[in-house]
Design a protein around this ligand. Sequence first.
Ligand code: SF4
Length: 160
Amino acid sequence: MLRPKRNQRIAEFSFSRNYSNAILLGLVFACGLAVIWPHSLLAAAAYPGLWAFSYLVIYAGTCRYCVYYGKKCPIPLEGSCVHHFFEKKEAPFGCRQLFWATVAYGFRVILPVIFIFKYQMAGWGTLYFSILTLFWIIHLRFTGCPNCINVQCPLNPEHH
Ligand code: SF4
């Protein structure tokens, strides 16, 4: 149910294969900054730092275990950059790796989510959560997982 149907098997995702994820993730970042910035310059300054830290978390906990280590994967700056920071781990990829990916995305969204609820920003909140949801639908159902060759991942169409 959670896993999509297989589409293609893409060994390395060129920009033409993952540009929609790049645009949507960029919009998630920009929209989050627009939410925070009018309320706290300090938090707005910390926000890019949290994003940078989230990449270290996902590199260490997830990407170094992935077959896309050192290659362009469905998400920009992840598989294509991990080798600059961590050695590859020859160990299985499973729920633990998805847990650390979830933690990493938590760091990316925590400040905008806090500000949206604290300042009851209904319009910005709707926009932010819509972009975030669209990003995940596109990634999980269309551009990413259906074409991914990391069959050890619990979300991969061929995982068993
Ligand atoms: S199946 Fe999806 S979540 Fe899992 S590694 Fe591939 S693209 Fe990432």
